[in-house]
Write a protein that binds this ligand. Structure first.
Ligand code: 5GP
Length: 141
Protein backbone atom coordinates (compact mmCIF):
# COMPACT_ATOMS: atom_id res chain seq x y z
CA UNK A 1 0.00 0.00 0.00
CA UNK A 2 1.26 3.49 -0.84
CA UNK A 3 1.35 6.10 1.90
CA UNK A 4 -1.61 8.50 1.72
CA UNK A 5 -0.49 11.96 2.85
CA UNK A 6 -4.15 12.85 3.50
CA UNK A 7 -4.61 10.26 6.27
CA UNK A 8 -5.82 11.77 9.56
CA UNK A 9 -2.53 11.28 11.43
CA UNK A 10 -0.62 13.06 8.66
CA UNK A 11 -3.12 15.92 9.06
CA UNK A 12 -2.55 15.94 12.83
CA UNK A 13 1.24 16.14 12.28
CA UNK A 14 0.70 19.13 9.95
CA UNK A 15 -1.76 20.65 12.46
CA UNK A 16 -4.55 20.46 9.89
CA UNK A 17 -6.62 18.25 12.22
CA UNK A 18 -7.03 18.70 15.98
CA UNK A 19 -5.54 16.37 18.60
CA UNK A 20 -4.77 16.45 22.31
CA UNK A 21 -0.98 16.33 22.13
CA UNK A 22 0.99 15.05 25.09
CA UNK A 23 4.53 14.95 23.69
CA UNK A 24 6.31 16.14 20.58
CA UNK A 25 9.88 16.33 19.29
CA UNK A 26 11.51 16.62 15.85
CA UNK A 27 10.70 13.07 14.82
CA UNK A 28 7.84 11.86 17.01
CA UNK A 29 4.38 12.88 18.23
CA UNK A 30 2.14 11.45 20.97
CA UNK A 31 -1.55 12.32 21.37
CA UNK A 32 -4.79 10.97 22.83
CA UNK A 33 -6.76 8.38 20.87
CA UNK A 34 -10.11 9.99 20.03
CA UNK A 35 -11.97 6.68 20.59
CA UNK A 36 -10.14 5.40 23.67
CA UNK A 37 -10.44 1.73 24.57
CA UNK A 38 -9.51 2.65 28.14
CA UNK A 39 -9.08 6.04 29.82
CA UNK A 40 -5.60 7.29 28.96
CA UNK A 41 -5.36 5.47 25.58
CA UNK A 42 -2.51 7.29 23.85
CA UNK A 43 -0.97 6.97 20.39
CA UNK A 44 2.68 7.49 19.42
CA UNK A 45 3.63 8.10 15.79
CA UNK A 46 6.76 8.93 13.81
CA UNK A 47 6.49 12.18 11.88
CA UNK A 48 7.92 10.58 8.74
CA UNK A 49 5.51 9.04 6.24
CA UNK A 50 5.24 5.32 7.07
CA UNK A 51 2.21 3.12 6.48
CA UNK A 52 3.07 0.49 9.07
CA UNK A 53 5.85 -1.45 10.81
CA UNK A 54 7.17 -2.70 7.47
CA UNK A 55 7.46 0.75 5.99
CA UNK A 56 9.61 2.65 8.48
CA UNK A 57 13.39 3.19 8.50
CA UNK A 58 14.97 1.45 11.51
CA UNK A 59 16.31 4.70 12.94
CA UNK A 60 12.85 6.30 13.00
CA UNK A 61 11.40 3.15 14.52
CA UNK A 62 14.04 3.26 17.25
CA UNK A 63 13.15 6.85 18.08
CA UNK A 64 9.42 6.10 18.05
CA UNK A 65 9.80 3.13 20.39
CA UNK A 66 11.98 5.14 22.76
CA UNK A 67 9.25 7.80 22.95
CA UNK A 68 6.62 5.07 23.34
CA UNK A 69 8.50 3.81 26.39
CA UNK A 70 8.79 7.31 27.84
CA UNK A 71 5.12 8.12 27.30
CA UNK A 72 4.11 4.69 28.66
CA UNK A 73 5.92 5.48 31.90
CA UNK A 74 3.96 8.74 32.18
CA UNK A 75 0.64 7.07 31.26
CA UNK A 76 1.22 4.37 33.87
CA UNK A 77 1.84 7.02 36.50
CA UNK A 78 -0.96 9.39 35.39
CA UNK A 79 -3.59 6.62 35.53
CA UNK A 80 -2.11 4.61 38.43
CA UNK A 81 -2.18 1.59 36.11
CA UNK A 82 -1.47 -1.96 37.25
CA UNK A 83 0.03 -2.64 33.82
CA UNK A 84 0.43 -1.07 30.39
CA UNK A 85 -0.46 -2.66 27.08
CA UNK A 86 1.45 -1.51 23.98
CA UNK A 87 -0.07 -2.58 20.66
CA UNK A 88 0.81 -2.07 17.01
CA UNK A 89 -1.44 -3.25 14.17
CA UNK A 90 0.10 -3.56 10.70
CA UNK A 91 -2.32 -4.21 7.83
CA UNK A 92 -6.10 -4.21 7.56
CA UNK A 93 -6.15 -7.95 8.28
CA UNK A 94 -4.50 -7.20 11.63
CA UNK A 95 -7.15 -4.58 12.39
CA UNK A 96 -5.26 -1.45 11.30
CA UNK A 97 -7.67 1.35 10.43
CA UNK A 98 -5.38 4.38 10.10
CA UNK A 99 -2.53 3.80 7.69
CA UNK A 100 0.18 5.84 9.37
CA UNK A 101 2.37 3.76 11.70
CA UNK A 102 1.36 4.12 15.35
CA UNK A 103 1.80 2.46 18.71
CA UNK A 104 -1.15 2.23 21.08
CA UNK A 105 -0.47 2.72 24.80
CA UNK A 106 -3.29 1.45 27.04
CA UNK A 107 -3.08 1.70 30.82
CA UNK A 108 -4.66 -1.46 32.26
CA UNK A 109 -6.21 -2.20 35.63
CA UNK A 110 -6.68 -5.68 37.02
CA UNK A 111 -10.18 -6.99 36.31
CA UNK A 112 -11.14 -4.14 33.95
CA UNK A 113 -11.55 -5.04 30.28
CA UNK A 114 -10.95 -2.60 27.44
CA UNK A 115 -13.70 -1.20 25.22
CA UNK A 116 -14.21 -1.95 21.51
CA UNK A 117 -11.58 -0.76 19.05
CA UNK A 118 -12.16 2.60 17.31
CA UNK A 119 -15.85 2.76 18.23
CA UNK A 120 -16.98 5.56 20.58
CA UNK A 121 -15.58 9.09 20.41
CA UNK A 122 -14.80 10.39 23.91
CA UNK A 123 -15.94 13.86 25.01
CA UNK A 124 -13.33 16.47 24.14
CA UNK A 125 -13.16 17.75 27.74
CA UNK A 126 -12.36 14.25 29.00
CA UNK A 127 -9.56 13.81 26.45
CA UNK A 128 -8.22 17.27 27.36
CA UNK A 129 -8.12 16.36 31.06
CA UNK A 130 -6.42 13.02 30.38
CA UNK A 131 -3.84 14.68 28.13
CA UNK A 132 -3.07 17.21 30.83
CA UNK A 133 -2.53 14.42 33.37
CA UNK A 134 -0.04 12.72 31.04
CA UNK A 135 1.80 15.99 30.27
CA UNK A 136 2.13 16.59 34.02
CA UNK A 137 3.52 13.10 34.53
CA UNK A 138 6.00 13.67 31.68
CA UNK A 139 7.30 16.85 33.24
CA UNK A 140 7.60 15.12 36.63
CA UNK A 141 9.80 12.47 34.94
P1 5GP B 1 -5.54 1.22 14.28
O1 5GP B 1 -6.89 0.58 14.08
O2 5GP B 1 -5.06 1.73 12.94
O3 5GP B 1 -4.52 0.37 14.96
O4 5GP B 1 -5.74 2.41 15.26
C1 5GP B 1 -6.18 3.67 14.84
C2 5GP B 1 -6.57 4.40 16.10
O5 5GP B 1 -6.75 5.74 15.75
C3 5GP B 1 -7.88 3.90 16.69
O6 5GP B 1 -7.69 3.52 18.03
C4 5GP B 1 -8.81 5.10 16.58
O7 5GP B 1 -9.65 5.25 17.68
C5 5GP B 1 -7.85 6.26 16.44
N1 5GP B 1 -8.32 7.37 15.63
C6 5GP B 1 -9.04 7.30 14.47
N2 5GP B 1 -9.26 8.54 13.98
C7 5GP B 1 -8.69 9.41 14.86
C8 5GP B 1 -8.59 10.84 14.90
O8 5GP B 1 -9.09 11.56 14.04
N3 5GP B 1 -7.92 11.38 15.94
C9 5GP B 1 -7.36 10.59 16.93
N4 5GP B 1 -6.74 11.25 17.92
N5 5GP B 1 -7.43 9.25 16.93
C10 5GP B 1 -8.08 8.66 15.90
Amino acid sequence: MNYDAENVFAKIIRDEAPAHRVYEDDSTLAFMDIMPQVDGHTLVIPKCPAVDLFDVPAEMLTRTIAVTQRVAVAVRSAFSADGVMVAQLSGAAAGQTVFHLHFHILPRHAGIDFRLHAKDVAPDAVLAEHAERIRQALTAD
